[in-house]
Design a protein around this ligand. Structure first.
Ligand SMILES: C[S@@+](CC[C@H](N)C(=O)[O-])C[C@H]1O[C@@H](n2cnc3c(N)ncnc32)[C@H](O)[C@@H]1O
Length: 416
């Protein structure tokens, strides 16, 4: 048996969840749930409850959680680990899920081409012998308009993890309970507070045994920096559309207080999405993951990152889980703030112009459906500005603010 198959049979991952409905009530959701984040997956498509979905490497509960949340989806999920599939089958029976089918299979042996509207592979291909071949196979299963959601490890936050993996190899630690206990003891007793791994340990609090094995005793585990991601994607038949959470890959919010004289932010605006992401991840403590969406048509490459693509005809909506927090005060150029409630939990302040545009977006009665046209936002902003003796804005300036909101990941855009 392959060493990865053996590991995920003996150490099912993630930690199995007994009561998934209760976990949903307590806040569990999947980043790969295109129903929750529709515009991020499909910037061009009208919302539909029905999707044909393939999950490559479903682990303990991803397929079940998505199946419960989306009764109209038709889900086919595979995993290399027979024990993991057995657990999924039990959950399918328990919740009487008619829309989820699971099978024990290696991704490389899947024979389904151009079939799925949505293809998901979260935390899997970096554990395979040939990630590019595996990704190619995954891409081939999506139909021409399908979206492919991938998560792979990012090397930035994980540098200390790899140092420890290599230390545990020197020590000949094996994948058994004794080995797990040794790793836990080692982490507690021998790791200095400023060791390379400490930031990873702060960001990742799940200390269950299979998590220890997955992180520190994994025999096949490769992380990517963002420029290496560019190489991984080459010749796979896919184009990078966007990140799931822009916030981690655009530096704008962290640089907004730097006076123009120190350096010219225009230079940063010329960076490709991968360069901007590499910049941001090298500057900030991160999540250790790269979550992104691929498409099969070149038309979608770097879709909204190319600001030229944004026109007055496009629709803007507040992103799921973003809520207004503080109210603005026009007299001192404070435009209020928003709170990102899911990931990363962070408050983002606005200046007055940004705050007014935000109130227009969230005040829209179509907000939950198709959102508001940028032309309409321009009209409302300028009406408000004239009534309040403020200067009016040109469409280009409105689009710059919308683009900034998009880079922060607090709005989504759609082009119909
Ligand atoms: C880290 S877990 C992630 C599980 C799930 N995607 C999630 O996000 O919760 C990786 C899973 O991928 C499976 N896996 C690894 N290589 C695979 C392959 N070549 N084909 C199918 N499944 C694979 C493992 O058995 C394991 O269950």
């Amino acid at each position: 048996m392959d060493k990865i198959e053996k590991q995920y049979n003996e150490w099912i991952y993630p930690n199995p969840i007994e009561d998934i409905k209760k976990a949903h009530n307590d806040g569990l959701f999947q980043t790969s749930n295109a129903d929750l984040f529709w515009d991020i997956f499909y910037p061009e498509k009208k919302y539909s409850k029905k999707l044909k979905v393939f999950i490559a490497g479903c682990g303990s509960h991803q397929a079940i959680s998505l199946g419960i949340s989306n009764p109209k989806w038709e889900i086919y999920a595979i995993d290399l680990s027979a024990k993991t599939i057995e657990l999924n089958e039990n959950q399918i029976k328990k919740y009487n899920l008619k829309n989820v089918k699971v099978e024990k299979k290696n991704i490389l042996n899947v024979n389904k081409e151009n079939e799925f509207d949505l293809v998901i592979s979260t935390g899997v291909i970096h554990h395979t012998k040939d990630p590019k071949e595996t990704l190619k196979k995954i891409v081939s299963t999506a139909n021409e308009d399908g979206a492919i959601n991938i998560m792979i490890y990012a090397s930035y936050l994980r540098v200390g993890v790899y140092y420890l993996q290599s230390i545990f190899k020197y020590m000949n630690v094996t994948q058994n309970q004794e080995g797990v206990d040794l790793v836990k003891f080692f982490l507690q007793e021998f790791i200095q507070k400023n060791h390379y791994v400490s930031n990873y340990e702060i960001a990742n609090t799940d200390k269950f045994d299979a998590g220890i094995v997955d992180t520190y005793l994994n025999p096949q585990d490769k992380a990517y920096d963002i420029l290496e991601l560019g190489n991984l994607l080459k010749n796979t038949g896919s184009y990078f559309q966007n990140w799931n959470y822009n916030f981690f890959y655009y530096p704008d919010i962290f640089l907004k207080n730097i006076p123009d004289k120190i350096f010219d932010l225009k230079n940063l605006n010329k960076l490709s999405p991968f360069e901007a992401g590499d910049f941001t991840q090298k500057l900030l403590i991160q999540t250790g993951k790269l979550d992104f969406i691929l498409r099969k048509k070149k038309y979608f490459e770097n879709f909204w990152h190319n600001k030229k693509n944004i026109t007055g005809e496009d629709h803007v909506k507040r992103r799921t889980y973003v809520t207004s927090r503080k109210k603005g005060r026009l007299n001192d150029n404070f435009g209020g703030s928003v709170f990102y409630g899911a990931y990363p939990k962070i408050e983002i302040p606005f200046n007055a112009k940004q705050g007014i545009i935000w109130s227009i977006i969230v005040g829209d009665k179509n907000e939950s459906k198709i959102g508001m046209k940028i032309d309409q936002i321009e009209l409302q902003y300028n009406r408000f500005a004239s009534d309040n003796n403020m200067s009016v804005l040109k469409k280009k300036e409105i689009i710059d603010i919308i683009y900034y909101f998009w880079k922060l990941g607090i709005i989504t855009l759609q082009k119909f």
